[in-house]
Design a protein around this ligand. Sequence first.
Ligand code: HEC
Ligand code: HEC
Ligand code: HEC
Ligand code: HEC
Ligand code: HEC
Ligand code: HEC
Ligand code: HEC
Ligand code: HEC
Ligand code: HEC
Ligand code: HEC
Length: 290
Amino acid sequence: MVVGWAVASAQPRVQQTVDWTAVSPEFEGATYVNDPATCQTCHEEVMETYAHTTHARAFDLASDPAGQCESCHGPRSKHIEDPTDVLAFATLPARTQSAVCLQCHEGGSRMGFKAGAHQSNDVSCASCHQVMEQRSDSALLITASTTETCYTCHADVRGDLNKMSHHPVREGKMDCASCHNTHGATPGLLVKATLNDTCYTCHADKRGPFLWEHAPVRESCANCHTPHGSNHRTLLTSKDPFQCLTCHSYGGHINLPRYNRVSNPYGQGCSNCHITPHGSNHPSGAKLTR
Ligand code: HEC
Ligand code: HEC
Ligand code: HEC
Ligand code: HEC
Ligand code: HEC
Ligand code: HEC
Ligand code: HEC
Ligand code: HEC
Ligand code: HEC
Ligand code: HEC
């Protein structure tokens, strides 16, 4: 027996911003039942599981039938008369599924959802969220964690995060949401408007301004770093000297060829001497050597 279902209020307050007839002609002529107890007579098992979810708790606390079954499942009077009159959520187009959720969740991080890469590729709220059952501690995800939820579709990123140098996601110090707003519409679905601003949220020391700037750093951290993982040290996109040589064909010391040898006597890379690749505040740091 599920306890605590709110008694139907005399004033039905189901939000009706979803045009259910447009969702499916099946809803033509159907009205809201607004009484979860009626649904319970046939769906006890499903409701038992649902009762432990954030929605069930939130709606119950508010004693608000508007937030109950029919907010997401549409007016069900016809279904009650004839239970074979069904309309499975999963068969609705992705955008329609999301429109149902967005009637209550349009704000906050989801302001850009409709313009974002996920919606444009028919990934719906229900692709990442399971609302009928609490599987994650928070956010009603389809798996126990954010990272595992993302890996259900982005398995290649797991491979990157297993490389020698990687952001500490698999160590549990951060997750995909540390850098990505999956509900957003920024390029790369990043938490900030630009890639650099995203990096600065944790690596503030790289923001500058520096007395001596290194142009490619201002332009994009991705000129030298890959975000998820690399088999080169410090998330570099290629082996140290080659990294610099992609732009500095003569290494800058045409008259000092020994500096430019990839395995020079001074070590293995340019950053042995150019120790401030991100910019320098030292009065004589113009060549990024201090
Ligand atoms: C927040 C939105 C939301 C609310 C509230 C909600 N549901 Fe659901 N329900 C869904 C979604 C989304 C699915 C589809 C899940 C899937 O495809 O995995 C679903 C699936 C179902 C199913 C099919 C389950 C199955 O295994 O095939 C039933 C039955 C159901 N809901 C009944 C209810 C009842 C009864 C209530 C009220 C107690 C309710 N739902 C409240 C969103 C909701
Ligand atoms: C008289 C029994 C009965 C009642 C009352 C009932 N249902 Fe159902 N419902 C069924 C049957 C039978 C199915 C068919 C599939 C299944 O077994 O899950 C079903 C399927 C569903 C589904 C999944 C398929 C679909 O159409 O989306 C949802 C959601 C659902 N019911 C919601 C509700 C809600 C909400 C209420 C209360 C307003 C309700 N039901 C009341 C018997 C009932
Ligand atoms: C009728 C309004 C309403 C609808 C429709 C609705 N929600 Fe919610 N949702 C709420 C409320 C209220 C809460 C709890 C309070 C809060 O966190 O804002 C909530 C919370 C959530 C949370 C956070 C849960 C947590 O534990 O952190 C997620 C995720 C969520 N909803 C997803 C969905 C999805 C996906 C759908 C569509 C299948 C949906 N919601 C439909 C009102 C709604
Ligand atoms: C690509 C996967 C994905 C999609 C698609 C998605 N979400 Fe989320 N959502 C998440 C993850 C992951 C979190 C947890 C984020 C975190 O840990 O900060 C979350 C958190 C939430 C929360 C709770 C935190 C908050 O921002 O209020 C709500 C509510 C929510 N999602 C609603 C929705 C709705 C509504 C949709 C569809 C319009 C949707 N989500 C689509 C992955 C997704
Ligand atoms: C249901 C499958 C699915 C899930 C789950 C999913 N995604 Fe996606 N994601 C896609 C698809 C499809 C695209 C668009 C095609 C592509 O770029 O691969 C995409 C694109 C992206 C992009 C690239 C956006 C761009 O502008 O190029 C990022 C970043 C992303 N997803 C992050 C995430 C994160 C983080 C999660 C977990 C919270 C997640 N995704 C969960 C399917 C999914
Ligand atoms: C340290 C920050 C950071 C973390 C943590 C992170 N990403 Fe990314 N991700 C980025 C950046 C930066 C890009 C590049 C965006 C661009 O080029 O616009 C990116 C690109 C992507 C892309 C599109 C390109 C590609 O490589 O496929 C996907 C998909 C993606 N990330 C998924 C994920 C998933 C899934 C996780 C968690 C397992 C994750 N990211 C963790 C920063 C991060
Ligand atoms: C949410 C915080 C966060 C964000 C955002 C972030 N990082 Fe990191 N970054 C870390 C942490 C934590 C480490 C590991 C530090 C350690 O192990 O001492 C790290 C390490 C690194 C390293 C050194 C890796 C190594 O193997 O030594 C580089 C390079 C780096 N980040 C670049 C970036 C770039 C580029 C971005 C933007 C795309 C970025 N980070 C965004 C938290 C973040
Ligand atoms: C011109 C290439 C280049 C660009 C662009 C670049 N980096 Fe680096 N970065 C390096 C090199 C080389 C190292 C290794 C330095 C060393 O070992 O002394 C490094 C190391 C790091 C480290 C780890 C060591 C430390 O200094 O904390 C972090 C974090 C980092 N970079 C963040 C960033 C961020 C954030 C950006 C963008 C604002 C960025 N990098 C842009 C070349 C670059
Ligand atoms: C994406 C291209 C790019 C990469 C990669 C790159 N640089 Fe640069 N670097 C530049 C540009 C552009 C300037 C500014 C040149 C100017 O002002 O004439 C610059 C300037 C410099 C300067 C100062 C030159 C001067 O004339 O004052 C030094 C030193 C330098 N880079 C070293 C390095 C080192 C070391 C690396 C590898 C860690 C590296 N660069 C990687 C593009 C790059
Ligand atoms: C042994 C130390 C050392 C190594 C190794 C080294 N540099 Fe330098 N580099 C310097 C010094 C010192 C200067 C300043 C020389 C000057 O002003 O004539 C300099 C100057 C430069 C300049 C600016 C030249 C200009 O016209 O003002 C660039 C660009 C540069 N180095 C790139 C590189 C690259 C790329 C590598 C790796 C292939 C590298 N350096 C390896 C010490 C080194």
